[in-house]
Every structure is written in C-alpha cells, then in structure tokens.
Ligand binder design. Structure first.
Ligand code: ATR
Length: 292
C-alpha cells in the first residue's frame, strides 16, 4: 500500500500540534494510508529538505516558524497571490514537478472570528503587533476594506506595515504607529486582534495593559461589551489580556480555532475536500491537555 506523505517543517517543531490535528482529520476520512509528521528543519537546510520531500513523493507540507518567509529565498515555489503579497507561506502542495505555496493563516483567523459569530464587514479593527502573524492578518482585512489601525512596540515597524498594506490593497483607511495612542485606539475599535507574543511563553501572565501601565479600573473605562477581542495565542487558552478584556465586558476569542481553521484550509488544498473540523479541534484540545 502506498503512503501519502504530509508533514510540518519548522525549527523548533516539537511543540507543533499539527501532527495530532491532521492525523485525526485523515483518520476521520477513513484513510489509513496518509501520514503527517513533524520535521525539524533548520532555515539553512530548507531548500535541500523541500527538494528531498519532493523526491520522496510528499503530497503536502506545512511550514512554521522560522520558515514561512524563508521559503521565498529557495526559489522553489509558485506562491498564490495572497501568499506572495503576505510574503509568507504556511502550506506547500506538491503537484507533478511543481510546488505551490499558500498562506492559510489569515483566512484561518477570519474563519475563527466568523465561527465565534463575530461579523467583521465594515468594522473598525485594531491590530496589536507588526510581526509575521500581524502581516498576513492585516493584509487580509486591508483587502476586505476594513478600517485598520496597527500598533506596535516598535512604532516604525507598524507605520511601515501600514504603508505596505495601503500600497498592496489600495485601502487608504489604514494607519500604523506606536503604543502611545493605545488607550484611544482600544476605545475606538470594534474588533481588537492581538498578534504579539505577550501572554505566552516567557511572557505568560503579562498583558498589553501591563506594558502600558493601564489599571483594571481604566481597562473598564476603555473597553466595552460591544467589542470583540481576539488573541491569536492558544496556549494558554486564556491570556491575561483576554481575561482582563473579558472582565471589562468584551467578547473574547482565543487562537485555538484559528489554528484549527488554518489547518483545515491546508487540508482542503491538499485533499480537495473539507476535513471534519470538530475532530481537528478535539485533537488539538487533547494534545494541549497532554502537554499541561
Ligand atoms: P510573529 O511571526 O509571531 O508575529 P515576530 O515576527 O517575531 O513573530 O513578531 C513579534 C511581534 O511581537 C512584534 O510585533 C513584536 O514587537 P516589536 O516589533 O516591537 O519587536 C511583538 N512583541 C514581542 N515581544 C513584545 C513585548 N514584550 N511587548 C510588546 N510587543 C512585543
């Protein structure tokens, strides 16, 4: 029986929940001839490892940190329009002698908001952070015509990203700057998307409000119950930022369904059919419980 090979390349990659999530999705389809594994690939070996995967008959790969941008340097892939504009690829599809590149991260974020009943059309969105994750999410909402404000600790990075998205989308309702206007920006937004590392890893227990010395009583003045706050972090399941926003009355969403939907969209690109997203979600929940 031939095996259809899939996997995720990253460095480090041992923390990845993608093998659990995709293996569950393949099983739910009734296929026992698909395998999905994590491979630690250093950035300098990316070209060689992708070529090796192609020669080994791989069908598809996900790329994670720090390879999503690096893949462009290999000259191996044909990116779709969105991935090209975002400058980041998280999904590769091997077809004949071609390798196609896609970015399902931002569409995953949008799907997660919709799944939680958050209407995004015409809404004023505040994006916190100007790194890789912010870039594709900002691009997607810029393309959709939303009014966007991007704020970042390093203000010039946010200003640069805003200018880049205006240029790529023609949407002029986008601006970027530092944290000094955060109070007003938080107050004015319908939807707030937190894309930085605050709240996870070495920053677990730290929130944007701490960084800005905003007190809990002030948080309650700034935030309101009409707002939705989406933090793309999924581990911990509730960052301090989300907890504080929830206490102030906002609707909150964590990053778990974004993880599931970006995976489900990659699965669809490879398999030509939708996976069972509930099965993928349960696999993520189980894997997270096992890691605690
Ligand atoms: P990713 O691909 O996950 O977005 P990244 O490209 O390294 O990762 O970007 C990290 C983001 O988190 C940046 O917006 C970064 O802000 P700077 O551009 O000022 O570095 C933000 N970030 C990381 N640590 C932070 C902290 N302690 N306080 C505020 N922002 C932080």
């Amino acid at each position: 029986m031939s095996v259809y090979k899939f996997g995720v390349f990253g460095f480090p990659v041992s923390h990845s929940l993608s093998p659990a999530m995709h293996t569950a999705a393949f099983s739910a389809l009734g296929t026992d001839n698909c395998e999905y594994k994590a491979y630690a690939v250093e950035p300098d070996n990316l070209k060689e490892e992708v070529l090796k995967a192609q020669a080994d008959g791989f069908c598809g790969l996900n790329l994670t940190i720090p390879l999503k941008e690096k893949i462009f340097e290999t000259g191996l892939i044909i990116p779709d329009d969105f991935a090209q504009k975002a400058g980041a690829v998280n999904t590769l599809k091997f077809q004949g002698d071609k390798i196609y590149g896609y970015n399902t991260d931002a569409a995953g974020a949008l799907a997660a908001l919709e799944y939680e009943g958050c209407e995004t059309s015409g809404k004023k969105i505040l994006i916190i952070g100007a790194g890789g994750a912010s870039k594709s999410i900002s691009l997607l909402f810029g393309e959709r015509g939303n009014e966007l404000k991007i704020i970042n600790r390093t203000d010039e990075k946010a200003a640069r990203l805003a200018a880049e998205i205006i240029e790529k989308t023609g949407n002029r309702n986008i601006s970027g700057g530092g944290f000094e206007s955060a109070r007003e920006d938080l107050k004015a937004a319908d939807i707030i998307i937190q894309t930085t590392e605050l709240g996870m890893g070495k920053y677990e227990g730290v929130s944007l409000f701490d960084e800005l010395s905003i007190s809990s009583s002030e948080i309650r003045e700034i935030m309101n119950e009409k707002q939705t706050v989406f933090d793309i972090v999924y581990n911990p399941s509730e960052t301090k930022f989300l907890e504080e926003a929830k206490t102030a009355g906002a609707k909150t969403i964590n990053g778990m369904m974004m993880l599931v939907f970006q995976g489900a969209l990659a699965f669809e690109i490879w398999m030509g059919k939708k996976p069972d997203e509930k099965v993928m979600k349960d696999a993520v929940l189980n894997a997270l419980a096992g890691k605690e």
